[in-house]
Design a protein around this ligand. Structure first.
Ligand code: NDP
Ligand code: HSE
Length: 436
């Protein structure tokens, strides 16, 4: 049987999953491809560590050039992660005519344009399905099955580690630190887990999805990014009492002359489908002008689910190779000359409902003072909660607002924090009440 030769860079969590898939499903892959996928070389730093999989002698190497400059290899899978040296290795492999499959969202979100330009010039593919939402085939859904749609929004839970932590905090009352450690032990977290918990990984993913959905470059540095490290157990409890769940949401909306792209903890009604997405699972909701809303759901991280996405790309490239070698679908799903440069909406312009928790002195007329400041900025109150729980000398007041502009909220909060009855900075969580 004819072969396609594959080289792997990085033999960690996902790399090991890819090797397992190639071994366990070898016959199935042959049946679906009509060719044999042969793993020719794996380059990794430590060639002595046991990864729990058997390899043919001579496959493992610490010399990167045995993969990226190997004339036998057709497809290079990059699973090292991060900017450098992954970027240089990919660019060298492209220069050597290799097709690329990567799970590296950090690299593609920030340096994607340079990599895609190099690949287009060489006429090779760059595939990155595994970079967004683990095993969910979201990128091929946008680029292929739903490509006749103009998308007005893409929104979702895109980080398995954060969803795992928030689920355990809300359902089991767990503390943050041990659950993060559990997510790391399960292979869900990034090499630097602050990328997960501070929302950076989610921002990388929504940057890619916004580019793919709206056909625009996305300036990663302009994405408002807030993670879950400041979400407290008390806010999760109050959310619960008010009928909401807290999720780390990535939100992308197309306003035609600009795009809205933001990442932050968000309260959503418990009755929404996205509120039921728990643990390491992710979900992405697209709204297309013909398909309407589509929700894709599946494992957002982990060895096997991510390997499934990587191998889907390897199979797609291998099929292109079988039919002549030219990539069938543009890398971002649009012809290069059709990609725009839309700006990202300023956060102050964003309109949302808001959950505000004030810590105040336990005395009369506090509420009147706070609501007065909100009124000064045309912010109206939708509901209010004054929980029984009292700290010594302080109380919490929770207010849910109607829709308001973020700039007005910020101005009102600046005024409120000048009040002598307000004892601590206000806790703010955005609320998504539009049907999800
Ligand atoms: P790991 O840290 O488990 O694996 C990284 C691998 O890269 C290790 O085997 C390491 O080598 C190797 N490596 C690091 N630096 C070099 C180098 N300079 N030269 C050669 N090899 C090197 O990461 P993951 O497998 O978890 O992630 C890989 C990629 O997949 C990342 O981009 C990540 O964001 C992405 N991803 C991960 C998911 C997950 O669930 N884990 C899900 C979706 C995407 P050694 O072991 O020899 O030290
Ligand atoms: N660290 C990422 C997550 C891996 O937890 O979602 C999958 O991209």
């Amino acid at each position: 049987m004819d072969t396609v030769k594959v080289g792997l860079l990085g033999f960690g969590t996902v790399g090991t999953g890819v090797v397992r898939n190639l071994q366990i499903n070898r016959e199935l892959l042959q049946q679906r491809l009509h060719r044999d996928l042969v793993l020719t070389r794996i380059a990794t730093r430590d060639v002595n560590r046991d990864r729990g999989v058997e390899l043919e002698p001579g496959v493992l190497t610490s010399d990167i050039d045995e993969v990226i400059a190997n004339p036998e290899i057709d497809i290079v899978i990059e699973l090292i992660g991060g900017d450098e040296p992954a970027k240089s290795y990919i660019l060298k492999a492209i220069a050597n005519g290799k097709h690329i499959v990567t799970a590296n969202k950090a690299l593609m979100a920030v340096h994607g344009q340079e990599i895609i330009a190099a690949a287009d010039q060489q006429g090779v593919s760059v595939m990155f399905e595994a970079a967004v939402a683990g095993g969910i085939p979201i990128i091929s859904a946008i680029k292929e099955n739903l490509c006749s749609n103009k998308f007005s929004s893409v929104l979702g839970i895109l980080n398995g580690t954060c969803n795992f932590i928030l689920t355990k905090m809300s359902q089991e009352g767990s503390d943050f630190a041990p659950v993060l450690q559990e997510a790391q032990d399960l292979g869900y977290a990034e090499a630097d887990p602050t990328f997960d918990i501070e929302g950076v990984d989610t921002a990388h993913k929504i940057a890619l999805l916004a580019a793919l959905c709206f056909g625009t470059s996305v300036d990663f540095d302009k994405i408002y990014t807030e993670g879950i490290s400041k979400v407290s157990a008390i806010d999760i409890q109050f959310a619960e009492q008010m009928g909401y769940t807290v999720k780390l949401l990535a939100i992308g909306k197309n306003h035609d002359d600009q795009i809205e792209v933001r990442v932050h903890p968000t309260m959503i009604p418990k009755t929404y489908q996205l509120a039921q997405i728990n643990g390491v699972f992710n979900a992405v909701r697209l709204i297309g002008d013909f398909a309407g809303p589509t929700l894709l759901y599946g494992s957002g991280a982990g060895m096997d689910a991510t390997a499934s996405a990587v191998m889907g790309d390897v199979m797609a490239v291998s099929r292109d190779l079988t039919t002549g070698g030219k990539p069938r679908v543009p890398i971002l799903g649009y012809n290069a000359d059709a990609i725009r440069n839309l700006p990202i909406m300023e956060m102050g312009e964003v309109v949302s409902h808001y959950y505000l928790r004030f810590t105040t002195a336990d005395q009369t007329s506090v509420l009147a003072k706070i609501s007065g400041c909100l009124g000064n900025h045309d912010i109206s109150i939708q509901s209010m909660l004054q929980p029984e729980v009292r700290e010594i000398n302080s109380v919490s007041i929770v207010i849910m607002t109607h829709e308001a502009k973020e700039a007005d909220i910020n101005a009102a909060l600046a005024e409120i924090e000048q009040l002598d009855v307000v004892l601590q900075p206000t806790c703010l969580i955005r609320v998504e009440n539009a049907p999800l």
